[in-house]
Design a protein around this ligand. Structure first.
Ligand code: CA
Length: 438
């Protein structure tokens, strides 16, 4: 792992911006995540920004100051655009060079502090857009705990299908309905059929759910026909975000066989605005193991590097904010917490598998990790699991209960990485609100 770390990860590094150095900020100088933003309510162009403390470094303003030279100046120029696709398409060395330059510019003692300070925009004044044009989106299913408990609800006799332990299961999702935190959307309508009904009917979804996932942005892609070997995957992972894969469970139960999710999933999905780079996550990578009682993966899904560094210890949390909480001025109530490190398949395995047949990734493509449920029942990443298929009410702490989401409910996801010897980094929030059906 030491080879993945450099001076930008140094836990002793601090910024001249004091609010970044508190130890509790999501955005210390060791993080430096990217987003696309502008001042809220303005007609400014959207452009790239990097978070530091409670501020955003406006990369377009910084670029115009011509403080940085060479490749870094070119990289900065790409971040002035309203999407990060062209920057993401560059080699990882370019991402790294810009990160190192921004780290130096924001560090205590930087000779350009005054100039960079003039480029800051408060996060409280900003609105965000998607960080890039998401071309294709694939959703995996990498938590065996989620797959087993959901499988047992849909197929009590046969919860985990025989391919699960051999194939990183996924399906091609829809990118047009992926939006950024702050998204609200009408409750989907669809075709459902109760088990005792003799025919299906059309109506608003009655079992609306969230899915707590990690989103992975692909940087440089691969040519059609080529594969990305498992140990090459880091060159293709630009960064990660929080991802809410909204799911209509009653529509899903009726439509999902034989081809998998369709209208149960494509009405809305929400990403957090900040992309935490793969480089920023380096200190929180950890070993990945496969239970010796389980089949070991085929060779193209196996490597020493993957075993040593394949897992990411990202803590994920979900909270719910009901209309009653909002009216009472109460904060959102936590529903669950788990970690991406429990994933049965790693990000490197997902990428190696996705391309083993020659399928090409393009910069800005997006991967969902699948719902990240941990080994314990309270670590479940969806209401479907927490309510045991809608059979048990989930207590919210203010006297309210839920089995599935009601109109006006907002789901708030957050995530962070914490470990001895490293500075805590966070992902910010992924907030989205359910409106009544149209
Ligand atoms: Ca999903």
């Amino acid at each position: 792992m030491s080879s993945l770390l450099n001076q930008t990860h140094d836990p002793k590094l601090t910024s001249w911006l004091a609010c970044a150095n508190t130890g509790t900020s999501d955005f210390p100088i060791q993080n430096l995540p990217f987003a696309i933003f502008r001042r809220a309510g303005s007609t400014e162009s959207f452009r790239g920004g990097v978070a530091i403390g409670d501020q955003i470094v406006d990369l377009s303003a910084l670029s115009k100051m011509h403080l940085l030279d060479g490749d870094v100046a070119d990289a900065l120029k790409l971040c002035c655009q309203p999407t990060l696709n062209e920057f993401m398409a560059k080699p990882s060395a370019t991402w790294s060079a810009l990160r190192a330059a921004l780290s130096a510019a924001l560090a205590q003692g930087s000779p350009i502090e005054a100039e960079v300070r003039a480029c800051l925009v408060p996060q409280s004044d900003a609105e965000y857009d998607l960080p890039c044009r998401i071309g294709d989106y694939t959703d995996f299913y990498t938590s065996i705990h989620h797959a087993t408990s959901v499988g047992s609800l849909f197929r009590p006799d046969n919860p985990l299908l025989p391919n699960y332990k051999w194939v990183p299961i996924g399906y091609h999702g829809r990118s047009s309905s992926i939006d950024v935190s702050g998204q609200s959307f009408p409750r989907p309508k669809g075709q459902t059929k109760a088990p005792d009904a003799d025919k299906p009917s059309l109506g608003p979804c009655k079992r609306l759910d969230y899915e707590m996932e990690v989103g992975i942005y692909i940087g440089g892609g691969n040519a059609l026909g080529d594969s990305i070997a498992i140990d090459e995957s880091d060159e293709h992972i630009f960064g990660m975000c929080l991802f809410n894969d909204w799911s209509a469970r009653d529509i899903q139960a009726w439509e999902y066989q034989p081809l998998g999710p369709f209208l149960a999933k494509n009405f809305a999905s929400t990403v957090s605005p900040w992309v935490v780079t793969n480089e920023a996550l380096a200190p929180f990578r950890t070993s990945w193991t496969r239970d010796v009682r389980d089949p070991q993966p085929l060779e193209y899904l196996t490597s020493d590097r993957n075993s040593q560094l394949g897992a990411y210890d990202i803590e994920l949390e979900v909270a719910i904010e009901t209309p009653a909480m909002r009216e009472a001025g109460q904060s959102a109530q936590k529903l669950t917490q788990s970690s991406f490190r429990h994933s049965y398949w790693t990000t490197a395995q997902m990428i190696a598998h996705h391309t083993v047949n020659g399928c090409n990734f393009v910069a800005g493509d997006f991967i969902g990790s699948g719902t990240q449920s941990g080994p314990n029942s309270e670590e479940a990443g969806s209401l479907l699991e927490l309510s045991n298929g809608g059979k048990q009410q989930v207590a919210l702490g203010n006297g309210e209960t839920r089995t599935f989401l009601e109109d006006g409910d907002a789901v708030v996801m957050s995530g962070f990485c914490e470990k001895d010897g490293a500075v805590r980094i966070g992902f910010g929030q992924c907030y989205s609100l359910v409106l009544p059906a149209k």
